[in-house]
Design a protein around this ligand. Structure first.
Ligand SMILES: [Zn+2]
Length: 255
């Protein structure tokens, strides 16, 4: 349920992009561009598969690719490997109990990174500015207040367990992206690793959910905590075969 809400939230956050084939540059400091410029997006083209996915073969061909959402930039995939991942480290001066809880979160994050590393080459970095994927230990932002139609009172939405958002920027006239994962520290330790693994699946390009509770990308918590399945990887491979505007140069006449 929580993950359904996250997905809805993501859909609404993408609406501005859906109504236009142009990207409004919101980042300053890009060479030759200034805030407010409109640029045409690069054409859709596929990238070569990473070797880890070229060599992936499963006897069972099932996947849930048709359940994923499409995005105006095409597939939200990576093309320079290894993908750099920043995992937030504990701040100094934590109490012993807070430091222990933070360390458990870090361990869960490292296991999640190791789990996906077999399929998409990942490398940890301690420099957030150089990272493609950033994982923070902080509650996702609360949604908007909603009026309950029966009582007329406001419902305050609960903070989600985790959320992944995508942001875009230009570098050397190429459209690039970063994925930001926020993982709520206030949750059951049993679910922490699978939650981070699930969000990392979104950050690697699986932009949607599996209908099968045995897959890591299932939309809700299950009693039997899932791990990455052959359906998850079959789906991931199909995603990486799709065309994207990411990583390609902007058209010459885009100013
Ligand atoms: Zn999800």
């Amino acid at each position: 349920m929580l993950r359904k809400l996250q997905l809805l939230k993501r859909r609404f956050s993408l609406l501005p992009l859906l109504v236009s084939v142009c990207l409004l540059i919101v980042l300053t400091g890009q060479k030759g561009w200034s805030k407010g410029d409109r640029v045409s997006l690069p054409p859709l083209k596929p990238h070569p598969l990473p070797p880890t996915l070229v060599s992936w073969h499963s006897d069972n061909q099932e996947d849930y690719f048709d359940h994923l959402q499409s995005h105006p930039v095409g597939a939200l995939i990576w093309y320079d490997f290894p993908v750099k991942v920043y995992l937030q480290s504990p701040p100094l001066n934590l109490s012993p109990s807070a430091a222990k809880a933070f360390q458990q979160w870090v361990e869960a994050g490292k296991k999640a990174i190791a789990a996906w590393n077999s399929y998409i080459p990942l490398q940890e970095t301690d420099n957030p500015e150089k990272a493609d994927i950033l994982i923070y230990r902080q509650p996702p932002p609360l949604g908007r207040l909603r009026v309950n139609p029966e009582t007329g009172l406001f419902d305050l939405p609960r903070a989600a367990a985790a959320i992944t958002t995508v942001q875009f920027y230009l570098q050397d006239s190429r459209l690039r992206h970063k994925m930001i994962i926020r993982v709520n520290p206030h949750q059951n330790l049993d679910y922490l690793e699978s939650n981070i693994t699930h969000e990392l699946g979104h950050a690697l390009g699986i932009w949607g959910h599996s209908p099968n509770p045995e897959d890591i990308m299932y939309h809700a918590h299950t009693r039997d905590i899932p791990t990455i399945s052959f359906r998850d990887i079959n789906t991931l491979k199909r995603v990486y075969q799709q065309p994207t505007r990411l990583g390609w140069k902007l058209p010459e006449n885009s100013s």
